[in-house]
Design a protein around this ligand. Sequence first.
Ligand SMILES: *Cc1c(COP(=O)(O)O)cnc(C)c1O
Length: 455
Amino acid sequence: MTNTKEIQAIDSAHYMHPFTDHKGLADKGVRIITKADNVYIWDSEGHKIFDAMSGLWCMNVGYGRKELVDVAAKQMQELPYYNSFFQTTNVPAVKLAEKIIQLAGENFSHVFFSTSGSEANDTNVRMVRHYWTTLGQPERTVIISRNNAYHGSTLVGSSLGGMSGMHAQGGMIPGIEHIEQPYHYGLAPNQDKDAFGIEAAGWLEKKILEVGAEKIAAFIGEPVQGAGGVIIPPKTYWPEIQRICDKYGILLICDEVICGFGRLGKWFGSQLFGAKPDLMTFAKGVTSGYIPLGGVVVGKRVANVLIEQGGEFNHGYTYSGHPVACAVALANIDILEKEGLVDQVLNETGPYLAEKYAELARHPLVGGAESCGLVAGFVLIKDKANHIHFDEELGVGMICRGHCFANGLIMRAVGDRMIIAPPLVTTKAQIDEMMGLIYLCLDATLTDLKQLGVF
Ligand SMILES: *Cc1c(COP(=O)(O)O)cnc(C)c1O
């Protein structure tokens, strides 16, 4: 038995948490998660909780997969670690690179491994700048990203990202530009959606012309923005982004850390949206979070130049191609394939969730409810007809999240947006169960808001 009070006291004394305001947390008491199975987690007080966030968007095959544990143990006994720096390699890393290239498609040829998504985006920045220098265009250094994007939490990751709260702490690296995000419901709900998609992609061209195309190295974007609140772009957006990148010869980086490995019903999100990236960032779902692993899938356009003309790329991580992580990733992909989970999301559970979210849109508090595969979001809204939002001060998202916590549901709040990304193993019956919890929490939130006199 976990002694909750004792662990909470030590946590408060010594454990500095990521993205946490610690003041007040000690009084409230941090929640201790002790075990997990399938789509459920349990806390130290024995509460069963539906994890509709897949941990942090990573638990694609669900908790409790003994196969992954066995593969890790076997690999640790055989070869727990060796690096790939000094003209050496290991079998799991080689096999995983081959597998990922098979899934990524014919535009790709190589994989560079990291331990996380943030590191992989660092690799991207160094790689695209090295690429242009190798081609004799060293002035092409600028990377264009988007407001409200999330590309990780290292200095490069947070600079690429479009979160002002992160920029305010530690600053930004030079050479990063941001354009507005393609958030139809938030920016132009009355405009035709497809027309908005074209207009939003056009902001990239505007920025290219403003900075000078000869200075731009790459554009980076998540196929569906995750941590920014699940912003699903209009279907016209990515083809137009692709056209603009092609027109100016700019490299396209798709950050697939959330969308990759089946989340949207394809192996990679860009495959769903009709983009042809030159580089793809991956992490999270590649191992379903059982062990840290990330990397960059490198397209032939970049790989050919770097390999033929680039010389030594002075870059790498101690744990690049870690044999245990790569072995677990292979076993994880094997589960996704054998159980047909990616197709299940595309053809069954994704459309089912979309139906449920279309119904959810009728709830008086819910605006812009939308899903794509097994990722979904809506905004808590004060006046739907007139698109009037709640006062930020009110923290309506946190009120709703509190009810979710209390009722056994992990649903995340990003400002007033409530988002989910359940494990890919979630069944239709479990989607029903999850929707039941969502309605319960929305009704409880509505009662609070009425009592506060703001609804
Ligand atoms: C989580 C995330 C990252 C960062 O990955 P870490 O493993 O936390 O470094 C980068 N990009 C996207 C889209 C993410 O969701």
